[in-house]
Design a protein around this ligand. Structure first.
Ligand code: ARG
Length: 265
């Protein structure tokens, strides 16, 4: 099925503050290389037949390339973001405006949440992360606004500070995840909901291999996540490896750069 994605070119990308353990402002990042790698991701989507929409990057917002954090869109309704750190606060209204200008109903949230970074939409439920960024109050707020059941999951490892760094949907019914990123109770929830899940290794997680995008057939995934790629192939998925090493220096991968615009699905 053809997907519609919103992406933001990394024209102003930089690592100039540290709000997660991946970021080292002293080491910085190579913006020109980040742009080339991001273009590679965009073409990967386009060659799979997906539509890529763009939002204008804003100077002074170096993390705006991580479009997943800009909102949560389900059934054509847009639940806006409210960032945990002031460095990213101004991204939220920019993404809300993008959707409002195109006629989408947009909810300005009361509670801190980082969009699809912490909310992942499946057929029957939305999985929602908490522990580092998104608050549980936002899980309830999103459930009320979208009218879909939200399942809260607790993240416990600061390297996996967003749900989308530790788990990705393979399709509407199954997921891949790194168990150690979750609390004991949340691991049990995941085992119950997804007995047939793909479990990732520590090495896969450490290269942000779980920050992947699946359309149900193809999985766009960081090239370094080798164990996970093998397992996905074994399960019949077509693996599309991408190199986003520069963006990883800010703690992001393919999924972070991608906000899915979900219409009726
Ligand atoms: N530097 C960004 C931050 O810490 C990275 C965001 C990654 N996005 C994501 N969806 N995990 O906020």
């Amino acid at each position: 099925m053809r997907r519609r994605f919103l992406m933001c070119p990394p024209e102003h990308f930089a690592v100039e503050y540290a709000i997660n353990p991946w970021m080292d402002p002293a080491a910085g990042a190579d913006r020109a290389l980040a742009i080339r790698q991001w273009e590679g991701l965009k073409s990967a989507y386009e060659s799979l037949g997906h539509e890529v929409n763009l939002i204008e990057p804003i100077e002074g917002l170096p993390d705006m390339v991580f479009a997943a954090n800009g909102a949560l869109v389900a059934g054509g309704r847009v639940y806006g973001a409210r960032f945990a750190f002031p460095q990213r606060a101004e991204e939220a209204p920019a993404y809300r405006r993008w959707f409002a200008e195109r006629g989408y109903p947009v909810h300005e949230p009361e509670h801190v949440n980082e969009g699809e970074g912490d909310f992942l939409v499946l057929d029957e439920v939305i999985l929602a992360g908490t522990g580092f960024r998104t608050r549980t109050e936002a899980h309830l707020e999103a459930q009320e606004f979208l009218g879909r059941p939200v399942v809260s999951l607790r993240l416990v490892d600061p390297r996996y500070y967003h749900l989308d760094t530790a788990l990705f949907p393979l399709d509407g019914r199954n997921v891949a995840y790194y168990p150690e990123a979750f609390s004991e109770g949340s691991r049990e929830v995941l085992r119950r909901l997804f007995p047939d899940a793909v479990l990732a290794t520590a090495a896969d997680a450490a290269v942000l291999g779980l920050n992947a995008v699946s359309d149900g057939t193809h999985v766009v995934i960081n090239i370094e996540a080798s164990d996970l790629q093998l397992e996905l192939k074994r399960r019949g998925y077509e693996v599309v490896p991408v190199d986003l090493s520069e963006l990883r220096k800010a703690g992001g991968g393919p999924k972070c750069c991608t906000l899915e615009i979900r219409g009726d699905n």
